[in-house]
Design a protein around this ligand. Structure first.
Ligand code: 2AM
Ligand code: CA
Length: 256
């Protein structure tokens, strides 16, 4: 299953790189929400690879199968063929493919691929997390003041307002804050120890399924933004190295 996830992520990534340099057909899905022809083309390739490797696959995939099934014993594949569509459509070189399989209520394998840097993050439950074959481990920084924090922006106005409030409290207390536009790469950046935390108030399950497993297998921690158990049906996520998790929650305005 891990091999299938990796193949799907790599092949979808190849489609994205091919289409990246060409002009895009942008389809408006909603407020601040777009898809390009590449989202659909990469999704088709990823789903075909998964169907071949896992004939009884069920899908939760951003463009074609966005509704999540209720609990199932069948292998459920969470696919975001292009995480960072806004970047991609504007030529900002920062996007990824995210592929994960969950069974029995837990993510079992996950792969996140950054096709421009040829960086493949992957994990299998209980087997550790890897970047291009090298074992990943979260950072050991314990103080907020030494921490680099990544975030992404919700599309909706109200969670944006809450995020601004959080930023106003957080900014004076951390080393620096960055925003890069791919949630999957945000989780992987924590897993790799490049940053100490990532958060977002409105994510889809396809954005986080793979990154969540990769993070946990690298020794990190994910909860919702109230500090409660993470769950693929919840939109709000805080991913950290574990060591600054409580400190990040302590200044968080949401629901407290
Ligand atoms: P996308 O590029 O696949 O749409 C940017 O804020 C990051 O969060 C991106 O990973 C983006 O995914 C995701 N994102 C933002 N708003 C979202 C929403 N309402 N639902 C799902 N994903 C969202
Ligand atoms: Ca997407």
């Amino acid at each position: 299953m891990l091999e299938t996830a990796i193949r799907a992520a790599r092949e979808a990534g190849r489609v994205l790189v091919e289409q990246y340099q060409r002009p895009h057909e942008v389809r408006v899905k909603g407020f601040r929400d777009i898809a390009t022809e590449a989202d659909f083309a990469a999704e088709k390739v990823a789903l075909d690879v998964i169907r071949e490797g896992c004939p009884d696959a069920r899908f939760v995939s951003e463009e074609s199968f966005a509704t999540q099934p209720v609990s199932t014993q069948a292998p459920t594949w969470y696919v975001d063929p292009l995480d960072g569509t806004t970047n991609f459509a504007r030529g900002l070189p920062l996007f990824s493919v995210s592929v994960a399989m969950a069974q029995g209520g837990q993510v079992q394998v996950g792969a996140v691929y950054d096709p421009l840097l040829d960086q493949l993050f992957y994990a299998e439950r209980g087997q550790g997390a890897y970047l291009n074959g090298e074992r990943l481990r979260v950072s050991e920084r314990q103080e907020l003041i030494n921490s680099l924090v990544l975030l992404d922006w919700p599309r909706a106005q109200e969670p944006r307002r809450i995020e601004v409030e959080y930023l106003a409290r957080l900014a004076p207390q951390v080393d620096a804050i960055r925003s890069r536009g791919s949630a999957a790469l945000g989780f992987c950046s924590v897993a790799a120890g490049w940053v100490e935390a990532y958060f977002q108030y409105t994510l889809g399950p396809w954005d986080v399924a793979a990154g969540w497993l990769i993070l946990e297998e690298a020794g990190g921690k994910a909860t919702d933004l109230r500090g409660e158990r993470a769950d693929l049906t919840k939109p709000d996520w805080l991913a950290t190295n574990g060591l600054i998790h409580e400190a990040m929650l302590a200044v968080q305005p949401f629901g407290r």
